[in-house]
Design a protein around this ligand. Structure first.
Ligand code: SME
Length: 166
């Protein structure tokens, strides 16, 4: 394998763009992104979307498409977990060592690090893209930018910029 990391990241970014161009709905785009990132990025062992339940009071994150082991956390309130932290602040959260973060809700004993990136629709958090790794500190700047890019594609799709309605 001679591909350097930035080349690989660029390749995945282009693949995500193609998925976006070809997807007939946001749902299909989210499914494609979970598959792409889980299959092509060695350290992305669990990749999934949590979306805010429409009209829920208090707000609730609900598990959508995901690739990886089953998780007990299918519904997460905004005051719980790394997921709740990212959605309530609207900021990407990167945790290099999940054992050192008291907010962490365990999904798998193998998980060592995690990143959660909010998905924005018209500037408001609509959900998030959550990725767990079996490797500590798996998410560097390149990873963060790639994952934020993918979350951005979903946000734009939700806004219907490409004629997608769901
Ligand atoms: N670890 C997350 C919960 C979701 S699982 O990782 C799939 C959290 O702390 O919010």
């Amino acid at each position: 394998m001679t591909t350097s990391k930035p080349d690989k990241v660029e390749e995945i970014r282009k693949a995500a763009e193609r998925l976006d161009a070809e997807a007939r709905s946001t749902d299909e785009l989210m499914l494609g992104i979970t598959q792409l990132l889980n299959e092509r990025m060695l350290k992305y062992n669990w990749v999934g979307f949590y979306m805010l339940e429409p009209g829920a009071d208090p707000p609730m994150l609900v598990l959508g498409h995901y690739k990886g082991a089953m998780t007990p956390h299918t519904r997460i309130p905004l005051n719980q977990g790394i997921c709740g932290a990212a959605a309530s602040t609207g900021k990407t959260v990167v945790v290099d060592d999940v054992t050192k973060d008291s907010r962490y809700l365990a999904c798998s004993l193998e998980t060592k690090s995690e990143i959660v990136v909010p998905v924005f629709k018209h500037g408001v958090v609509a959900g998030e893209l959550d990725i767990d790794s079996h490797f500590p500190a798996a998410f560097g700047l390149e990873d963060r930018e790639l994952i934020e890019y993918c979350a951005g594609l979903v946000g734009k799709s939700l806004e219907g910029k490409q004629g997608k309605t769901s």
